[in-house]
Design a protein around this ligand. Structure first.
Ligand SMILES: *Cc1c(COP(=O)(O)O)cnc(C)c1O
Length: 433
């Protein structure tokens, strides 16, 4: 093997995961409730209410009021958390929900599970997340066109980067529409010192195998009060009324986290700070090394109040940047998914789609892959996805340009300093300008 393969992002064990799992087996708590579920929720609540590190307590976040104490419900997936949050906002058939277009499909799919319509809103250029001014205009237009207000707003913290959440909350308050923060990629990210996921009526976290921490698969919903959390727990456990027999007066779901998964989560919480610090260290190294490479720009905290966890490090090729081999980009219809994920992706019918990353980006991905380095284009905006073609959208060109020019680079606890050096050297060697 020439070089070990560097993967985009993969969680790493390291706390007392096995101890919590063994306890669960010893006590026969191998079910979707139990001491690990309660313990994991308490850990999450404590973390979300915690103060930022002393060096972040600067002028930019000194005026941030203390995070309100939240109630967290552990669930089987982040997608389940989005689904239940929308039910909590009263979303039903025919309703509209404002969704950040530049995101992973799981932000928008649950809108459709409920028979509602996602209305996509484009991003602002600095955070790459929902543009608050465009959001305000889009809501006004929806109200004018449909005579009804959208039922919820879903901003996303893509790649862990905090959105401009103060401005988004202001728009939400103006229109009196609840906010569901999709913080699936942003566990540990902060805006003015306060954890992402604690600003809206609901906050979504994910503990999939590639997020900041993992429970092998899982998620959580951050709720405003113990009563709101109880309602979510009720819906997540088949909506059982309190009778000696099964009595159901609402449609329920089987979305609760298992006590085994929660045990992994409790172990992961012991190494969370270390893992966040590692993601930030990898970003710092990219920052230093890519500063010496012309033609590529790293996505970075745009202002002092914004403090990303740098779940994934991302960069864009500057306008006019070329990459050697781009004339052969897309010459064969092969996807980039590997291993177990490739087995679940449907075979591509053609080498091209209507909107795709520029040839230079594809050539960079292929060149990195040849060096055993995994990378991936930035997420394709939802307003460009065939499955959402019938949804209204309010666009400004930002997310489409990011999709055409951007790339995600390896990050996370498995990426070493030497790996970052290897990745940047590989990038520098193929950029021709
Ligand atoms: C991963 C992810 C989700 C879904 O989380 P799962 O736990 O995988 O269901 C939702 N939104 C975004 C932005 C994500 O990245």
């Amino acid at each position: 093997m020439k070089n070990k393969r560097i993967l985009l992002c993969l969680c790493r064990m390291g706390g007392g995961e096995m101890k919590y799992i063994e306890e669960a087996f010893a006590d026969n708590w191998v079910v979707p409730l139990g001491p690990n579920v309660n313990g994991f929720e308490a850990d999450l609540q404590r973390f979300l209410a915690s103060a930022p590190s002393p060096e972040r307590l600067d002028a930019a976040c000194a005026d941030m009021p203390e995070a309100p104490v939240k109630s967290v419900v552990a669930l089987s997936a982040g997608t389940a958390a989005v689904h239940l949050a929308l039910i909590g906002c009263g979303v039903g058939p025919g309703d509209e929900v404002m969704v950040q277009s530049f995101t992973f499909s799981a932000s928008a799919n649950p809108v459709r599970y409920l028979g509602a319509v996602p209305v996509f809103v484009d991003s602002e250029p600095d955070t790459w997340n929902m543009d608050p001014v465009l959001l305000d205009r889009a809501i006004a237009d929806r109200v004018e066109k449909t005579g009804r207000k959208p039922k919820a707003i879903i901003p996303v913290y893509l790649y862990g980067m905090p959105a401009n959440i103060d401005a988004i909350m202001e728009v939400a308050r103006k229109w009196d529409i609840p906010v569901v923060e999709d913080a699936a990629e942003a566990f540990g990210s902060r805006y003015r010192g306060r954890c992402c996921g604690t600003f809206g009526r609901y906050g979504v976290l994910s503990f999939n195998g590639n997020k900041m921490i993992t429970t092998s698969g899982g998620g959580a919903l951050v709720c405003e009060s113990p009563e709101a959390a109880d309602r979510i727990k009720f819906l997540a456990t088949q909506a059982r009324e309190n009778y000696p027999y099964y009595q159901h007066e609402e449609i329920g779901y089987n979305y609760r986290m298992s006590n085994i998964c929660a045990g992994i989560g409790r172990g992961q919480m012991e190494v969370l700070d270390e893992h966040i610090a590692h993601h930030r260290r990898v970003q710092q190294l990219y920052r230093e090394l890519l500063a010496g490479v012309d033609g590529i720009t790293l996505h970075d905290n745009p202002s002092p109040e914004i403090d990303s966890n740098f779940w994934l490090c991302a960069a864009t090729l500057d306008d006019g940047t070329h990459v050697s081999g781009e004339e052969n980009a897309y010459s064969s219809p092969s996807g980039s998914l590997v291993g177990g994920v490739a087995a679940t992706a449907r075979a591509a019918v053609s080498a091209h789609t209507a909107v795709e990353p520029d040839a230079a980006v594809e050539a960079l991905r292929v060149a990195l892959n040849a060096e055993n380095i995994e990378s991936r284009p930035l997420w394709k905006p939802m307003h460009l996805q065939p499955v959402f073609a019938s949804s209204p959208s309010y666009v400004n060109g930002v997310s489409e340009r990011l999709f055409r020019r951007g790339i995600c680079l390896p990050a996370g606890p498995w990426v070493s300093d030497a790996d970052v050096e290897r990745i940047v050297a590989a990038i520098a060697s193929v950029i021709t300008r």
